[in-house]
Structures are given as structure tokens and as C-alpha cells.
Design a protein around this ligand. Structure first.
Ligand code: SF4
Length: 579
């Protein structure tokens, strides 16, 4: 079925900051990490943090060691002081928006103002704000509370940051009507605003919306209320297992949104499961086409064919005559390595793409046998090309298989710090880019002996950076799941923003190389024709940043599509006789 994903679904800034702060502390703290109260309202994320050793403290103990994290909702000031007195290092991950409300209350309290908080009395954020308000604070949640209010003297009205702004406006007006002269501060955060406005807009386009999020998350429940209020059907789920396929199958298109404490990987799981449910009126051909596309991606046939086409493009960039062997060697090697990597990476796969993880578990043996055969075929073809291409491919195959093995002995850990290649931060992005460039450029060049060394070096540099962009982009798409399981990809290591900036720089460099290298004799004139291919990548990254596209099979197709596009452009160039 067709699924429309809300642009602002998922972790808000405050929640992302709190989770990332905690994950960073796990890395450096060896005396233990605890959070005061549940870090966020999402049981699945809390379970994962517990798996990584993060404890939840419900009562402040006399003594505590290690680090205690104050969650995004904040705490009353006296509780913060008590936590410090336990001897623990206190890391305050209170969201800056919540801190802003605390500051407003503190400032006006000093001037003798009472505080009225519009919100849920039992919500952790409101409990924290009441701590700042002191005895002159009170909470109102509905009209009955306003009717029962008692106030004298100057006062301010603030809002819980995740309130519905319509409810806040109406309750503030009622309060002002009863007690004129109060100062109103609409402290609903932008993220909540945008999420709620967007869901209202979404209800105008779809008959039903799936809301993903914790059952005890106030902002998630509020999204459900808004959807029902708009006359749309709301399906509230915590995980994809709770989706009611029979009820959802009545619709041809559904919307998906999520609460502020729902991670991207969980939203992706729901979206992918929904996309696999046949919608109303969807013909058999549509379902078969969807299943074929998914199979093409899940089995890594898509990436392997893309690699084969890249070998074709590299051949033309070096002035080599295209040979089926070049295509098949790249195809076989990439098919084998990508499948083996998926098998050794089941842990992250479980979060980033559970449907695919299940597929690998179910078809483990057929895929492993096919991968072994593909590698043997690639090696046999490389042998035909000569001993140098064969040895290069065999060495890369060995490296690919060893990549996930922890070969460094335990006793050397204090010196070397890592047990294997996989644990070196960012290593995967570099090594995979190197493997792609060697197999698509060096193997054909060494096999034919016709390429000039100069051109081979030029094309090797270009393809390394191109493959680097592809791999780093995949890592960016999966950064939240990777971070939570502690996988050391480039975006986890240097951060998502810095990775994207680096990729923008590399894309700029790729454009320069495509214009400069043909002039310098470091590649053929086919290089000029590939400029639209790099522009395509720039547009794709822009769309991802602006959230016009989200992580999922479609995005994967589009990203792998760059190699098909470049092969088509290279073919056009050779057809036009410009090589
Ligand atoms: S919803 Fe807004 S205020 Fe609350 S944690 Fe997220 S960004 Fe901060």
C-alpha cells in the first residue's frame, strides 16, 4: 500500500540530544551509567539502553557512583542538588526548550509572580516545572481545573512544551477571563507545533494515520487525539507487530507519524511492514512488482548489478573495450561480500531493517551458497585475466571475510584498543570504498594491460570517492540504529552533520575531477558526460536533508541508481563517439 510519512516524525531535538548524550557517556564511563527516571517515553529504546548497561534510578540514593543523566524533561532544582550530593557525576540532558520555561518561571517567581502551568499534572516535565514554581505554582489541564482555580496577585501562564496549542489558547483565554492581567508565555516547542500542524495537514490527504510511539508518551497520545478529532482513523502502535493488517488493508493509502521519542529505525520498521501490506484495489501485478523490487534489494542483487555497471563505466573512463568478464567479476565479488557482511551484521540489521534480517535468517543457506559460488566465479574469471587480477581479488576477498573477525587477542587490547578491523571507527566506509574501486578499476586494467597507468590512477581516485559517498550515505541513513548498538560507522564517529558536510565537499571534488581529469589525460572524455550523475547525488542528499525522502527501499534504489545512470551516460558518450 502507499504510505505517506510525515516529515517531522521521530526524535525531536531534545530527545535526540538526551539519547546521544547517554550513548556518548556509555563510551567513556567505566563506573556505570544511570538515568534519573526513564530517559524517554519509549520502552523499546529503554530496553536497548538497559542492554548496554544503563540503569534507571527511581529514588535518589544516599550514595551513587558513575554518571547519572537527567532526562530531557528536566527535574525540580532540589532533586538536581540531591543527585549531586550522592557523589555521582550529574549530566544534565534537560532539553533547552524545557530549560527556557524553567528560566521564565524562575525569573517571574523572583518578582513575586505565581505560575499557572497548562499541562498534564503527572507528566515528568510538569513535575520539574512545579519544582521551579514553588508554593505559588499550580497546574491546569482542563476547563474544570480553571473553574476550580484560586489566584491572587500577579501571575504568569506557561505551557508544558508538548501541549496542543489550540487547547493552550483556549485554556489561557479562560484563565485570563477569570483573573485578568496575567502574562501569557506560549512555551509549546516548535517541534510539537510542527508535528501537530503536519498531522492535521496529513489528515486532509489520507483516510487513516498510523502513529508510532510509546503508549505512555503524552505527545504521541496527543497526535492520536488530533487525528481522531480531524475525523481520520488513528492506529496507535509501539512496534510493527501491533499493526492490524486486516483493518489497514481496507485503505489504499495511509499516513504515518510518530511521537518525539520514537527513533527513526522504529518508524522505518513500521513503514516497511505497511508497504508490504496489499492496499485496497491494488492489483496482483502491483504486489508482484513490489515483491520483485524488494527481493532485488534484499538479496543484494541490486548493489551487485550496480557494481557491475560501475565496472563498465570505469572501463570506458580508462579507454578499455567493455568485456562481460569485467562486469561479472565486480558483480560476483560484491554479491558475495555484501551478503557475507549482512550475515555478520545481524545485530544492527535487527534494528535498521528487521524485515530484511528475518529474510536473511530464513534463507541463510541458499544465500550463503549463492555467495560462495559468486565468489568462486569471480575468482575464476579473474584468473583468466591473469595472476595479478586474481591475487588482488583473492586478497580483497580474504580481507572482506576477515573484516568481521576479532583476530586481536584479548591480552593485546590495552595496547591495540580494538579486536578487529570492524571496531576501527569509520573503517567500513573506507575499506568498502577501497574494495569497490579496486574491483571495478584495477582488476579490469591489470587484466587487459591496455590501460595507461595514469588513467587507471585517475579513475581509481574518482571511483574511490564515488563509492565513499555511496557507503557513507547508507551509514547516514542508518545512524540511529547503528549508534544504539554501538556500531562504529563514520556518522557515529564524527556525527551526522559533519558527515553530510564532508560528503558535500567530496561531491564538489568529484565534479572538479570529472572536469579536470579528462583535460589532464587522467581519464577519457567520458568523464565530462558523468557530471549529471554527481549532480543527481547532490540532489538526493539535499532531498534527504530536507526530509523529502526518508530511509527505506525507495531511497536505497535511488542511491544505487547513480551507478545505473552513470553507466547509461557512459554508454551514450561512447555511442556518440566521443571516447
Ligand atoms: S518535544 Fe520539544 S521540548 Fe520536548 S524534548 Fe522535544 S524538543 Fe524538547
Amino acid at each position: 500500500m502507499k504510505v505517506i510519512l510525515a516529515k517531522n516524525a521521530g526524535f525531536c531535538m531534545g530527545v535526540r540530544r538526551a539519547v546521544e548524550t547517554t550513548l556518548d557517556i556509555i563510551h567513556r564511563e567505566d563506573r556505570g551509567v544511570a538515568t534519573y527516571g526513564p530517559l524517554i517515553h519509549n520502552p523499546q529504546v529503554l530496553d536497548l539502553l538497559a542492554e548496554r548497561g544503563v540503569r534507571i534510578i527511581k529514588e535518589i540514593p544516599e550514595q551513587e557512583s558513575g554518571t547519572v543523566v537527567i532526562r530531557a524533561h528536566g527535574v525540580p532544582p532540589e532533586q538536581k542538588e540531591k543527585l549531586k550530593a550522592t557523589g555521582a557525576r550529574v549530566e544534565d540532558a534537560t532539553c533547552p526548550h524545557v530549560v527556557k520555561v524553567q528560566v521564565i518561571i524562575k525569573k517571574y517567581r523572583k518578582q513575586g509572580h505565581a505560575t499557572v502551568i497548562v499541562g498534564d499534572r503527572n507528566h515528568a516535565e510538569v513535575e520539574g516545572l512545579m519544582g521551579y514554581s514553588g508554593p505559588l505554582g499550580q497546574v491546569v489541564s482542563n476547563e474544570a481545573d480553571v473553574a476550580a482555580m484560586e489566584l491572587s496577585g500577579p501571575y504568569i501562564i506557561v505551557s508544558q512544551t508538548t501541549q496542543d496549542h489550540k487547547a493552550f489558547d483556549s485554556l489561557s483565554r479562560m484563565i485570563l477571563a477569570r483573573f485578568p492581567g496575567g502574562a501569557v508565555f506560549n512555551t509549546i516547542c516548535d517541534s510539537t507545533h510542527k508535528r501537530q500542524d503536519e498531522v492535521r495537514e496529513l489528515c486532509g490527504r489520507v483516510p487513516a494515520v498510523v502513529v508510532v510511539g510509546g503508549k505512555n508518551s503524552a505527545n504521541t497520545q496527543r497526535l492520536g487525539e488530533i487525528i481522531e478529532g480531524m475525523g481520520c482513523r488513528a492506529f496507535m502502535v509501539e512496534t510493527e507487530e501491533e499493526l492490524d493488517s486486516a483493518a489497514l488493508g481496507q485503505y489504499d493509502c495511509v499516513g504515518v507519524t510518530a511521537g518525539a521519542s520514537t527513533p527513526n529505525w522504529m518508524i522505518s520498521r513500521v513503514v516497511r511492514t505497511l508497504e508490504a501490506i496489499p492496499g485496497r484495489g491494488e492489483g496482483v501485478s502491483h504486489i508482484i512488482f513490489y515483491k520483485f523490487c524488494w527481493f532485488f534489494l534484499a538479496t543484494n542483487l541490486c548493489v551487485s548489478v550496480a557494481g557491475g555497471f560501475l565496472a563498465y563505466t570505469c572501463g570506458l573512463l580508462q579507454g578499455l573495450a567493455p568485456q562481460p568478464a569485467h562486469f561479472l567479476i565486480s558483480f560476483g565479488y560484491l554479491f558475495a561480500m555484501h551478503n557475507i557482511n549482512r550475515f555478520t551484521d545481524q545485530k544492527t540489521q535487527k534494528f535498521n531493517d528487521p524485515v530484511r534480517a528475518l529474510f536473511y535468517r530464513r534463507y541463510r543457506w541458499p544465500l550463503l551458497v549463492a555467495s560462495a559460488l559468486a565468489l568462486v566465479l569471480a575468482l575464476a574469471l579473474a584468473r583468466e585475466l591473469g595472476s595479478r587480477p586474481f591475487l588482488l581479488l583473492a586478497g580483497m576477498g580474504l580481507l572482506g571475510i576477515l573484516y568481521s573477525v576479532r583476530f586481536v587477542p584479548q591480552f593485546m587490547l590495552p595496547v591495540i584498543k580494538v579486536r578487529g578491523l570492524k571496531e576501527i571507527p569509520g573503517s567500513k566506509t573506507f575499506l568498502v570504498a577501497a574494495a569497490w574501486s579496486f574491483v571495478t578499476t584495477l582488476v579490469p586494467a591489470w587484466g587487459s594491460g591496455a590501460a595507461s597507468n595514469q588513467m587507471t590512477m585517475g579513475v581509481l581516485v574518482f571511483v574511490f570517492f564515488l563509492a565513499f559517498v555511496r557507503n557513507a550515505l547508507f551509514d547516514v541513513f542508518e545512524v540511529q540504529g547503528d549508534r544504539i548498538v554501538g556500531k562504529e560507522t563514520l556518522p557515529v564517529w564524527i556525527g551526522e552533520k559533519k558527515t553530510i558536510m564532508l560528503l558535500q565537499l567530496i561531491m564538489g571534488l568529484l565534479l572538479v575531477l570529472l572536469v579536470l581529469f579528462p583535460v589532464l589525460g587522467l581519464m577519457t572524455a567520458v568523464g565530462f558526460w558523468l557530471v549529471p550523475g554527481v549532480c543527481y547525488l547532490v540532489v538526493l542528499l539535499y532531498c534527504y536533508e530536507k526530509k523529502y525522502v526518508s530511509q527505506g527501499p525507495r531511497l536505497e534504489f535511488w542511491l544505487e541508481g547513480v551507478f545505473f545512470l552513470m553507466a547509461a551516460l557512459a554508454w551514450l558518450a561512447s555511442f556518440a563517439g566521443r571516447v
